[in-house]
Design a protein around this ligand. Structure first.
Ligand code: NAD
Length: 495
């Protein structure tokens, strides 16, 4: 595949990785992977089609049956994952540069995500040999026990906002449990997942155990979720596509794990530390340019402090410095992933204005002074949105938040829960009882108190309601990638 690169970033792997071999796709087509901060082409990447997916699933099926991976001593599987973690650390700067260029994220954030990815590989490497079955003495002469078995071929489909850690969150527990994997990265940012595939080969993973097929969602993704030999689909992405995944899996009753969108609230009580609050709300809205499933995009604030909080957040939004994260100094926020995404984000702004929303700041694409073809959007805040407005209900996936007043705890909880999503939430108060009560009453998979993005790797991450099923992170993730068999033995003569 041909490649045009900025000086600092060299994408080396842009084909398909099937059965341990890099190749051109059978489609003979590529798609352009653009750098959002400049609009320039970073790489022409293989556009895998159904035939490529078929070959990858066949390779993964063969590897599951014959490579020895599925039946290996879990300690040995763990050792390969530890070697992969080591290689990720050794190539950390290359991975971080690729990620920063491909997504338009801050290099410091990209470095932290590579570090997280290596830590996750180590976590599941160490977990591989800690999964034990049960025994049960079922009366005289009857011994029962469980076997925990891998499922077979796992299809891992991931989005572009945190490409490397999200790929690792599927691949690491799936491999630790003895499955083989076909990974389809997002077309907007596939490069770090492709390099991960190469590093897995270098770490000693047998051919076919991890295959990577870059391609378009409706083509490669759809072929993968429809494939009859895929035993389980591990999907992170939008709720809309998650629904399609569930439909496809229903045809053959394949196992599914979905990590989907969100519309997460901050619930701010009058005794909150407003300095900390402002810093964390800004982080929750503008990190990764707001392209975060957990983005704290609804700031629900007690009426007594509403005006002050709105003023502080407006200042924080206007203090963001937008620019090319790899080439400009002091940048705090990069571009959106694509022109399409910027149009989508702007349609929410215009929709909110048409619905009677009051714009505090932002609300426009940034063009003047930015490279032609780049995709910057101003940090945007609305004040006083109603729950029936689209800007209150739907995931924008950009740097856009609404600030909404409430009068008491009951109304705050009602507003927090009045959306189809239930991914994350934050409660801001120094009153312990209020904090615990509100945390218990909010319908969300993660509730953080006096902090945002407080999630730790050792705890389960996943949504309620239309934010998903199942859990990533923690030991809970392992249960998605296995099936449990009961074996009961009649002993003769009875023991
Ligand atoms: P998306 O749903 O458009 O795409 C996700 C992946 O699905 C991509 O690889 C895409 O190519 C593929 N895909 C698209 N159509 C498909 C189809 N018909 N069949 C199979 N695969 C298909 O999402 P996106 O725009 O890449 O990512 C943004 C979304 O991801 C947001 O909604 C965000 O909240 C969500 N997300 C959730 C989490 C979480 O852990 N809950 C984490 C990150 C992102």
């Amino acid at each position: 595949m041909s490649t045009t690169v900025p000086s600092t970033v060299v994408p080396r792997y842009t084909g398909t990785l099937v059965d341990g071999e890099w190749g051109e796709p059978r489609t003979r087509r590529t798609f352009d992977d653009l750098e959002p901060a400049t609009g320039r082409r970073l790489a022409a990447v293989a556009a895998a089609g159904p035939e490529d997916v078929d070959l990858a699933v066949a390779a993964a099926t063969r590897a599951f049956r014959t490579s020895g991976w599925a039946r290996a001593n879990p300690t040995e599987r763990g050792q390969v994952l530890f070697r992969l973690a080591q290689l990720v650390r050794e190539r950390a700067e290359e991975l971080a540069l690729l990620e920063a260029a491909d997504v338009g994220k801050l290099l410091a954030d990209a470095r932290a995500e590579v570090e997280l990815s290596a830590s996750l590989l180590e976590y599941y490497a160490g977990a591989a040999n800690k999964v034990l079955g049960e025994t049960y003495q079922a009366g005289p002469g009857k011994l029962a026990y469980t076997l925990i078995e891998p499922l077979g071929v796992v299809a891992a489909i991931v989005p572009w906002n945190y490409p490397l850690p999200l790929a690792v969150l599927k691949v690491a527990p799936a491999l630790a449990m003895g499955n083989t994997v076909v990974l389809k990265p997002a077309e907007e940012a596939p490069l770090s997942a492709l390099l991960l595939g190469q590093l897995a080969l270098e770490a000693g993973l047998a051919p076919g155990v991890l295959n990577v097929v870059p391609g378009l969602g409706e083509e490669a993704g759809q072929a993968l979720i429809d494939h009859r030999d895929v035993a389980m689909i591990a999907f992170t992405g939008s709720t809309e596509v998650g629904r399609k995944v569930m439909h496809a899996a229903a045809e053959r009753i394949a196992k599914v794990e979905l990590e989907l969108g969100g519309k997460s609230p901050h619930v701010v009580f009058p005794d909150a530390d407003l300095g900390e609050l402002t810093r964390h709300v800004a982080l929750g809205l503008f990190k990764n340019a707001g392209q975060d499933c957990c983005a704290g995009s609804r700031v629900l604030v007690h009426g007594d402090i509403f005006a002050e909080v709105a003023e502080r957040l407006k200042e924080a939004a206007e203090a963001q410095k937008l620019g090319d994260p790899l080439r400009d100094e002091g940048v705090t926020m990069g571009p959106l992933i694509s022109q399409r995404q910027r149009e989508r984000v702007h349609s929410y702004t215009t929709g909110a204005l048409a619905d009677g929303g009051s714009l505090l700041t932002g609300g426009r694409a940034l063009v003047e002074g930015f490279p032609e073809g780049s995709t910057f959007y101003a940090p945007t805040l609305f004040s006083g949105a109603r729950p029936d407005m689209r800007i209150f209900q739907e995931e924008v996936f950009g740097p856009v938040g609404v600030i909404v007043p409430f009068q008491d705890e009951e109304e705050a909880v009602q507003l927090a829960n009045q959306v189809p999503y239930g991914l994350a939430a934050a409660v801001w108060t120094n009153d312990l009882s209020t904090a615990h009560r509100v945390a218990a009453n909010i319908q969300a998979g993660m509730v953080w108190v006096n902090e945002y993005y407080a999630h730790v790797m050792e705890m389960p991450f996943g949504g309620f309601k239309q934010s998903g099923t199942g859990k990533d992170y923690s030991l809970h993730a392992l249960s998605s990638y296995c099936q449990i068999k009961e074996v009961t033995v009649r002993l003769s003569p009875p023991a």
